[in-house]
Design a binder for this molecule. Structure first.
Ligand code: SAM
Ligand code: SF4
Length: 321
């Protein structure tokens, strides 16, 4: 469906939990967050009802996220049911990869189309520091496991920061050299516990990669419907993408809205504007769902205002990044 600015909105990111088995410094405070009560989390059947209504309004692409989606029991079963909804073309997943090796068979059987793994460095010590205790080997085993299923598009998402960012950029990009993995560099956004963290700008990262790997040639996007701009380096199997919400604002092409774990339809990553779909469902008015979704999506804000130093201290794990 179209919003008030004529943008086609057909992509829903669904947070199925705000809980996580890591504590990335820029996403969650060390002590964790006050989690949503179990009775407030959308049940899977409620998520499916909402997605059916969204599909009837023209939504085609669903991304399962969190928190860490794979810590919620039955995630693969949910994916299987979402894939069966008429009108839904792709169902993909964003994960930190820790539980991926154990779950890949179920995810593949459920028909998952793509998996994005978040990985900011290939240095085990730096990884443990950023994630506050994460084990890099588990993530690498997860990547390897996904590669056994060529039908699943595999992407790595990397947020660069700190003094080691150049080494991290070069080594993470190298995953795309020998393996069919698309690596995307995501600029840190002023959201979460470190809102004033420096942004490692896309142009600088591209410069560093070109010094290491030669000229980057603008390229088609692989399967995906987001705002990344992709490049190809000579001899690379995968592509290198950039998602630069801060330095290259892409709001005019935004195609997405988000469903939070407690059932709010959030219209923009930054804006707090949201509609409580859980209240509609649990208030026994499911027949109103379609109309309410249509009205909410139509009102989607024109753009974010990260450049005005406005900050959002709620972390991505709670918004559904
Ligand atoms: N736990 C899963 C994961 O890590 O992929 C899914 C949820 S996580 C919130 C989704 C993505 O948001 C991760 O790739 C993470 O790096 C990113 N993220 C978190 N806070 C961010 C911020 N302030 N700016 C940019 N990306 C952020
Ligand atoms: Fe957890 Fe993902 Fe946030 Fe890291 S980025 S704390 S893995 S939700």
């Amino acid at each position: 469906m179209k919003d008030q600015y004529g943008r086609k909105i057909d992509y829903l990111r669904i947070s199925i939990t705000d809980r996580c088995n890591l504590r990335c410094t820029y996403c969650m405070p060390e002590e964790g967050i006050v989690c949503i009560g179990h009775d407030q989390i959308l049940r899977y059947e409620e998520i499916i009802t909402i997605c059916r209504a969204m599909a009837q309004k023209g939504f085609k692409h669903l991304k399962i996220t969190g928190g860490e989606p794979l810590v919620r029991r039955g995630a693969a079963g949910l994916i299987r049911q979402l894939k069966a909804i008429s009108g839904i073309e792709t169902v993909t997943l964003t994960t930190n990869g820790i539980l991926l090796e154990a779950m890949i068979q179920d995810l593949a059987d459920a028909g998952i189309d793509g998996i994005n793994v978040s990985l900011d460095t290939l240095d085990a010590k730096i990884y443990a520091r950023i994630t506050r205790g994460g084990n890099l080997n588990q993530v690498l085993a997860g990547l390897k496991a996904v590669l056994r299923y060529p039908q699943i598009t595999l992407k790595v998402n990397c947020v660069l920061s700190g003094e080691d960012w150049e080494e991290n950029a070069i080594s993470v990009a190298e995953l795309a050299k020998d393996l069919p993995i698309h690596v995307r560099f995501i600029e840190h956004m002023p959201i979460g516990p470190e809102p004033n963290k420096e942004v490692t700008r896309q142009d600088l990262v591209k410069e560093v990669l070109e010094r290491a790997y030669g000229t980057a040639v603008l390229s088609e996007r692989p399967m995906g419907y987001g705002p990344s701009v992709y490049y190809r380096f000579e001899g690379f199997s995968g592509k290198i993408g950039f998602i630069s919400a801060v330095s290259h604002k892409f709001c005019s092409e935004c195609n997405r809205v988000r469903l939070t774990a407690d059932g709010r339809l959030r219209l923009c990553l930054q804006s707090k504007e949201s509609v409580d779909l859980k209240a509609v469902l649990r208030g026994n008015h499911p027949e109103r769902l379609g109309k309410i979704i249509e009205q909410a999506v139509y009102r989607k804000p024109r753009e974010h205002h990260f450049e005005e130093q406005s900050i959002e201290t709620t972390g991505m794990s709670q918004i559904g990044g």
